[in-house]
Ligand binder design. Structure first.
Ligand code: PGA
Length: 302
């Protein structure tokens, strides 16, 4: 059997998308080049790795075995790279980090401060929602992840480094602004502008309302906190967002925090990686930096 690393790389991308065209896009290859690599891999092994049923593509048993080994091979190569990086020291290191959409409001500040301390390092930042972060952790795609509650059912090494209170917001002239301790039940009749399914913020809010036995009326859905704030300001509904997203709007008094019973919903930010993952010196240094220094660079609006 004669396998090449390129074939394994292409195979892993096809498994990820179960689609030749999307795998080709990710790898910057043409679609025929991708299917040729897979055909050669299948010829080498003497078994089919995928089957096409109607429009959908599935892995065969042999494909699943190949994927398990393919992932191990890529992880091992990654580890070898980390070992060499650690011999070279921190100087030329690379840091790949993914953060929850909401964490992007402060992550860039942390990265800027860190890269000033370590000139010469290269940083790649992916901003995405909780569901994608979980998949990335599962596939060991990034050095470190910053998110709310660590994902369940996955072994990770997670450290909390900062509070993440979720507050209820309304436009400046709203009737409820200034009222004290508004009972949560009041809001079963209000409509909320909410984040998309898959967002950590959204599931935390839903959990909170469920625990209090109050109906959570989801109105318009949006994938960005910025859009939610603008929608609330325009009167499309109330919002519940992390206080980290609100610095400017509170300063300029364009949005107000409502005083609601049992609020804020208290959450924490975590920095984490898969359990047992060997961190590069840069990733290790960044994790320590976040755990020890984050509070100096991130102000929570009062
Ligand atoms: P979100 O995640 O931006 O996807 O809502 C925040 C979180 O993980 O708490």
């Amino acid at each position: 059997m004669h396998l090449t690393l390129r074939q394994i790389e292409v195979f892993n991308a096809v498994v990820k998308h179960l689609n030749y065209t999307r795998a080709a896009e990710e790898l910057h290859l043409s679609q025929p080049a991708v299917s040729m690599q897979i055909r050669q891999l299948e010829d080498n092994i003497g078994l089919s790795l995928f089957e096409q049923l109607g429009k959908q593509m599935f892995m065969t048993d042999a494909g699943r075995e190949m994927y398990a080994y393919g992932r191990d091979i890529v992880d091992l190569l990654d580890e070898v790279d980390k070992v060499f990086q650690s011999i070279k020291g921190l100087g030329q290191g690379e840091l790949s980090i993914s953060v929850a959409t909401t964490a992007s409001h402060f992550a860039t500040r942390l990265l800027a401060a860190f890269s000033k301390l370590h000139e010469g390092i290269t940083i790649s930042l992916d901003v995405t929602n909780r569901e994608t972060l979980r998949r990335q952790l599962d596939n060991n795609e990034r050095d470190l992840v910053i998110m709310g509650q660590p994902p369940e059912g996955l072994e990770v090494e997670a450290d909390a480094f900062m509070e993440n209170p979720l507050v209820m917001i309304a436009p400046a002239g709203h009737l409820l602004v200034g009222r004290k301790k508004i009972p949560l039940e009041h809001f079963s009749k209000e409509s909320f502008v909410v984040r998309e399914t898959g967002s950590g913020t959204r599931s935390a809010i839903k959990r909170f309302f469920d625990q209090h036995g109050v109906y959570f009326n989801t109105g318009i859905e949006m994938t960005s906190n910025e859009a939610i704030k603008q929608a609330v300001e325009a009167g499309l509904g109330l919002g519940i967002v992390s206080i980290h997203t609100l610095e400017l709007e509170l300063e300029t008094k364009r949005l107000m925090i409502l005083d609601v019973e049992d609020f804020p919903i208290q959450r924490y930010w975590y920095i984490l990686q898969r359990k047992g993952k060997r961190l590069s010196p840069v990733a290790k240094a960044f994790k320590e930096f976040v755990l020890n220094e984050a509070s100096k660079f991130i102000r929570l609006p009062s």
